[in-house]
Design a protein around this ligand. Structure first.
Ligand code: GLC
Length: 763
């Protein structure tokens, strides 16, 4: 495609290459991150903000007919046809372009395909029609992770996926290639090496991770630029940090958002919402958030309330606030076509809606009937939508749930040739589709930041790479089936590896009827997932915690309470995550990449480094085969110590989710509360698991951005040879702990604490 390599020109850290039939460039972003590019420079990144280039010494030289660009850590060989090969500085090959013959699957004859389609089968009709492809050789020992929220298992080897944000209401099973989000980033783990590739292209793209052939994997796109980042690292965590360095770190969320969220499509009236809130408190299910689905609106018109069912929303929100509830409202992008409805009128008057190529406003059908779609890529539209959030914040709404933003319609995909805007450029739906939800979330984030002032809480269904800067996400319309509880673990782990740290599934399952057992097993998993929300569809059996009687309610309560106990641990992970870019929820392979036993482990995960969760995800199961990596672990429930590096059977009756704590862990905990902030917490309570370890604990107001100005306290806790040292190493927040309470080996010690360094022997 590019032809022979003719010449090059080095411009600082960018090296331009001239080929017989085109040009390309290599940009040294850091010593370990290299950008490979060819195409139209006016297409800007939707994922990377600001200049990420760090000063790095690099050189170019000729070696055996190729040019080699060297940094401190890497050697990148460029050859004819813009073949790019990555080596480390010891000349070990990391990732090489494939030069052999492609083994494309023969496309079955079109008549046969048509027949299959007639019966309703999905067919692979677009094999091999990509504008360009990057094909990389495989050695055979590759495992692949990441790719955002795809279906199926943790390791993506032998599977193929597409990046095209899709609202697919049918069950999300293994063969479904695209869901609501597109995050074109993956990690390749080999026996001795690990690296990541971020393909920064928003058009529909394709990832074949060794499905077509054992000899290679590829990524490809219908359009846009050849534009990818190679991210090297010594460990898998380095690679994830490299990716989030490029695409942004997630800001620390407000503390209450880590609590339990109760939702349903829909709580339809003020009476119903108030009764729900009362019931939650009466049943002592800790809870911080109630989510309002589409029925709170007047005829599904965004930024309105249905006054016949919610007469004075402000009063309701204020009363709920006194009981510790924060209300999160859903907002869809589709604006109802209705003269006299201010959002529609304003948008129409200012040309804020997307149009057809002929210049007519494009309409389609969603909940309100006929709708128009804001053109979020236009900066005025982004500001306009941000300003619309004021309507909600003025009433006391504390978070916004952005839905249907693939963008979705009741008639399938919107046509690809619709006119969208990207900054000042007119472009089309094909280019902006995958970032539509991202831009909507950004507008929401900016609006909440401006009008509420606290750290915005946004949840989105659709997004692109880098969305973590603005929003949390849930995995959309799962089903109340065991297969979806099973899939939830790898799905959230891969999303987490793809930069999205604050993610969750609809606990209990959204579509179809859950069962008492499924709800229990789901809450046992869900209470450990970063975003913890029970949500279900309107025609489904009720699945609030009390829906199945006392036994289910009791177990449900136990796990929500466990989550509330551990909120400070989650908060610390988010706090340190803003610095490191590492996620809260982690597949074991992230921390134990050299352990063959965890490369395909789909039914366990870590929370940070300390907690290992092994949920039951099979109907009827009352015991589980648990694998613990090498090292000493403690059973959370019995405190028995176990030597890892082996699998064993753990009894797990219906009220038990197996949980393990790594030796040397220090878990900060809270006393029981109905909601975050109900009690004044004057004690730093530490649950200590003997061994050697270091832990950082953070304390601040839990809601404002002032931590960024140093208004927080940081405690360094060190555990070695039964000696625990607690020291305040950053002293910026005026509220302090007055007591230090340590739990270990079934004992509890409480001592006064005045921020001085404390050393205590645990005996
Ligand atoms: C979509 C959302 C779902 C919501 C429903 C009604 O299906 O994914 O969560 O309840 O729309 O708004």
């Amino acid at each position: 495609m590019f032809g022979n390599l003719l010449s090059y020109e080095k411009d600082g850290q960018v090296i331009h290459f001239q080929f017989a039939k085109g040009s390309g460039q290599i940009e040294v972003i850091t010593n370990t991150i290299i950008r490979v590019f060819s195409g139209d420079e006016t297409i800007h990144s939707q994922a990377i903000e600001g200049d990420k280039r760090q000063e790095a010494v690099c050189s170019v030289s000729h070696v055996n007919g190729s040019l080699v660009v060297r940094t401190k850590s890497l050697a990148v060989y460029i050859s004819d046809d813009f073949k790019v090969d990555f080596y480390d500085n010891q000349n070990h090959s990391l990732c090489l372009d494939y030069r052999g013959v492609r083994h494309q699957r023969t496309v079955v004859n079109t008549e046969e395909l048509a027949l299959m389609e007639k019966e309703g089968h999905a067919v692979n009709s677009n094999v091999g029609i990509h504008k360009f492809e990057v094909v990389k050789a495989m050695d055979g020992d590759e495992s692949f992770y990441g790719l955002g929220d795809k279906t199926g298992f943790l390791n993506k080897r032998h599977y193929a996926y597409e990046m095209w944000n899709t609202d697919n209401p049918s069950p999300h099973v293994d063969w479904v290639k695209a869901l609501y989000k597109s995050i074109p980033f993956f990690i390749t783990l080999k026996k001795n090496y690990v690296y990541g590739i971020f393909f920064d292209n928003t058009y529909k793209s394709y990832f074949d991770m060794g499905k077509e052939s054992e000899d290679y994997f590829y990524f490809a796109s219908d359009n846009g630029n050849l534009n990818y980042y190679f991210i090297a690292g010594d460990t898998m965590t380095d690679v994830v940090s490299g990716y989030t360095y490029l695409t942004g770190h997630m800001p620390v969320p407000q503390e209450w958002t880590l609590g339990y969220h109760q939702s349903r499509w829909s709580y339809k009236s003020e009476t119903e919402v108030r009764a729900l809130a009362q019931k939650i408190r009466d049943e002592h299910i800790p809870c911080d958030a109630i989510h309002m689905d589409i029925d709170y609106m007047d005829s599904f018109k965004v930024f309105t309330w249905d006054k016949s069912h919610f007469n004075k929303p402000q009063n309701m929100l204020s009363d709920l606030g006194k009981e510790g509830f924060k209300v999160v409202t859903i907002i869809d992008p589709g604006v109802k076509v209705e003269k006299g409805y201010s959002v529609y009128d304003e948008g129409l008057e200012n040309g804020y809606f997307i149009t057809t190529p002929e210049g007519n406003i494009y309409t389609n059908t969603v909940w309100p009937g006929e709708v128009v779609y804001p053109d979020f890529g236009k900066s005025e539209v982004l500001t306009w939508w941000s300003d619309k959030q004021k309507f909600l914040t003025d009433l006391g709404v504390r978070g916004v749930w952005d839905d249907m933003n693939e963008p979705s319609s009741f008639n399938g995909d919107l046509p690809q040739n619709l006119i969208f805007t990207d900054g000042n450029q007119k472009t089309d739906h094909a280019r902006m589709h995958n970032v539509y939800g991202q831009l909507m979330s950004k507008a929401t984030y900016e609006g909440l930041k401006k009008y509420d002032g606290r750290r915005p809480f946004v949840i989105t269904r659709a997004c692109f790479a880098g969305a973590q800067k603005y929003t949390t996400a849930w995995t959309g319309d799962n089903h109340s089936i065991w297969a979806h509880l099973q899939m939830a673990i790898p799905q959230l782990c891969n999303l987490s590896l793809s930069g999205m740290s604050f993610v969750g599934t609809d606990v209990g399952g959204f579509v179809c009827d859950t069962t008492p057992e499924l709800l229990i097993r789901w809450v046992q998993f869900g209470c450990f997932s970063p975003l913890f929300r029970n949500h279900s569809a309107m025609d489904c059996i009720r699945q609030e915690p009390w829906s199945f009687g006392e036994e289910v309610l009791g177990i449900y309560r136990k796990y929500v309470q466990l989550r509330y106990k551990l909120i400070p641990y989650y908060y610390d992970l988010f706090f340190s995550g803003e610095k490191t870019g590492l996620p809260v929820m982690r597949p074991l392979v992230l921390q134990y990449s050299q352990d063959e036993n965890v490369k395909n482990l789909n039914d366990e995960f870590l929370v940070g480094e300390s907690l290992l969760i092994a949920p039951i995800v099979e109907q009827g199961a009352v015991r589980k085969l648990v694998y613990l990596p090498k090292g000493t672990w403690y059973d959370y429930w019995t405190r028995d110590s176990i030597e890892g590096g082996c699998a064993f059977v753990r009894e797990a009756p219906i009220d038990t989710c197996p949980v393990y704590v790594k030796a040397g862990s220090i878990l900060p905990t809270w006393p029981m509360q109905d909601y975050v902030g109900q009690k004044k917490i004057d004690t730093l309570e530490l649950d200590v698991y003997l061994g050697n370890g270091i832990y950082h604990h953070f304390q601040d107001d839990g809601e404002s951005f002032s931590y960024r100005d140093g208004v927080y306290n940081e405690y360094l806790c060190t555990l070695a040879n039964r000696k625990l040292t607690v020291e305040c190493i950053h002293n910026g927040y005026f509220l302090y702990y007055e007591w230090l309470c340590i739990h270990f080996e079934g004992k509890t010690v409480t001592i006064p604490f005045n921020q001085e360094k404390i050393e205590i022997t645990l005996s």
